[in-house]
Design a protein around this ligand. Structure first.
Ligand code: PHE
Ligand code: NA
Length: 453
């Protein structure tokens, strides 16, 4: 049974998947998480998490969505009525995620404009907290709505709505075909500018030099695993949904490898650019790289403006290009989050895409208002932490166990091997049934303990 809506080409599907994967996570989140966790030391657990968790689960979501041809909830309902909730739960997490993810895209849009003439002035840190966010002194104090942020977030919602409204082929696929090449070019320009700055090499050293002692640090591992869930968009039901729109005989395994390598390659390259710029700042200010960024979340919105202030030329151009690339990366991810929610609602209540899109966009847009208040940053920080663990992390454990043992990893593997460019070995079954969930359960327990203490 074919779905009414389908990707028109394999490239369209891959670009949409990469669009979902490559996002604020690769530029904003990856850089600061790597920075916080010892730079080069972080890349080792990151790579291990990619191989042990990321790729096996991406393949799992692709094969399940393609086999069941439904949104996450419908796919699990087709498996058995009692598992339907396993589709709704990550979808709910995705919906919460998109509500604040939009706020960060909104900030990025604000900063595109702030780049003209460097509105942030001599003290980008004070500007970010006091002027841009109007940060209140505690979570309990909402403060007022920040109208500049609100306007930006609203614009981003409208763009998302317009794309989703037009459907898979005319909306998401078309947008991805424009966004992704554009983003690749922009990031290349920024990275080349970064690595040709004086002092870049010191930053790159910091980035690439593995500090093996950090490998004994559980926090670093936890950060790497969370980052993989975030960056590959796995554990959210998003990839199940995207894959459900694939035509009958489309490849699964190869597409999963292409998408995950493209995503992580992108992060790696952006990381080179970001650390080069940190290295440049260190040389300019005479401070060590470690002390440059006090607040991790502010890496993109504080350290970057600082770096832009120091650039010898083209400050406005460089700044606006950087923040435009954040906007584009964010947009192509947010559409996947909304699509996952819309598809679930469409499947459940048998309403049209346009209706489902209108309901989801209108209500979540209202939710985003909360993050345009003076307490937005606090709320975002708390929820982000919670979602990664109890949303994607926990859902992924269930995905592995329910699909691996309940439905049968061997059945999924057999199914994939009929359509994929290359056959996937029995190793994948072992991963999905034992190793991947085993590691995740340990990490999950560690995370809970870390939260309690
Ligand atoms: N992968 C996206 C990023 O790196 C975020 C995302 C998470 C997208 C979950 C969809 C689902 O920014
Ligand atoms: Na990503």
């Amino acid at each position: 049974m074919a779905k009414e809506e389908q990707w028109q080409s394999r490239a369209g599907f891959i670009l949409a998947v990469i669009g979902s994967a490559v996002g604020l996570g690769n530029i904003w989140r990856f850089s600061y998480v790597a920075y916080d966790n010892g730079g080069g030391a972080f890349l080792i657990p990151y790579f291990i998490a990619l191989v042990m968790i990321g790729i096996p689960i991406l393949i799992l979501e692709f094969s399940f969505g393609r086999k069941m041809r439904g949104s996450a909830a419908l796919s699990f309902r087709k498996l058995a009525k009692k598992w339907e909730w396993l589709g709704w739960w990550p979808t709910l997490a995705t919906l919460v995620l998109v509500i604040y993810y939009m706020a960060i895209i909104g900030w990025s849009l604000n900063y595109v404009f702030y780049s003209f003439g460097q509105v942030w002035g001599k003290n980008p840190e004070a500007f970010f907290y006091n002027q841009h966010l109007n940060l209140t002194s505690s979570v309990g104090q909402l403060g007022g709505i920040n109208w500049t942020v609100f306007a930006a977030v609203f614009v981003i919602w409208i763009i998302n709505y317009a794309i989703i409204y037009n459907g898979i082929e005319n909306g998401i696929e078309k947008a991805s075909k424009i966004f992704m090449p554009l983003l690749a070019i922009l990031m290349l320009v920024i990275t080349i500018r970064g690595i040709t700055l004086p002092g870049a090499i010191e930053g790159i050293n910091k980035y690439l030099q593995p500090d093996f002692s950090q490998l004994m640090n559980g926090e670093v591992w936890l950060a790497a695993f969370s980052q993989i869930f975030f960056t590959l968009s796995i554990g959210w039901g998003v990839m199940i949904t995207y894959s459900s729109y694939q035509p009958e005989d489309s490849d699964i395994v190869n597409n999963a490898f292409i998408a995950s390598l493209a995503n992580c390659g992108f992060s790696f390259i952006v990381g080179l650019g970001v650390f080069s710029i940190l290295g440049y700042m260190a040389t300019q200010t005479g401070q060590p790289i470690e002390g440059l960024v006090a607040e991790s979340i502010g890496l993109a919105f504080i350290a970057f403006p600082k770096a832009i202030n120091m650039l010898p030329a083209f400050q406005t151009a460089f700044g606006s290009l950087f923040f435009i690339s954040l906007v584009i990366a964010g947009l192509s991810s947010s559409i996947s989050m909304i699509e996952a929610t819309v598809a679930n609602i469409q499947d459940k209540f048998a309403i049209s895409r346009k209706k489902a899109a209108s309901i989801v966009c209108l209500t979540s847009c209202l939710g985003s208002v909360l993050f345009t208040t003076g307490a937005g940053l606090y709320l975002l920080d708390i929820i982000d932490h919670f979602l990664m663990q109890f949303g994607a992390g926990l859902a992924a454990i269930f995905f592995c166990l329910v699909l691996g043992w309940g439905y049968g990893a061997q059945r999924l593997r057999k199914f994939m091997n009929q359509v994929s460019d290359f056959e996937i070995g029995v190793w994948w079954e072992i991963m999905i049934k034992l190793i991947t969930p085993g590691i995740l359960i340990i990490m999950f327990g560690k995370g809970v303990i870390a939260n309690l203490t």
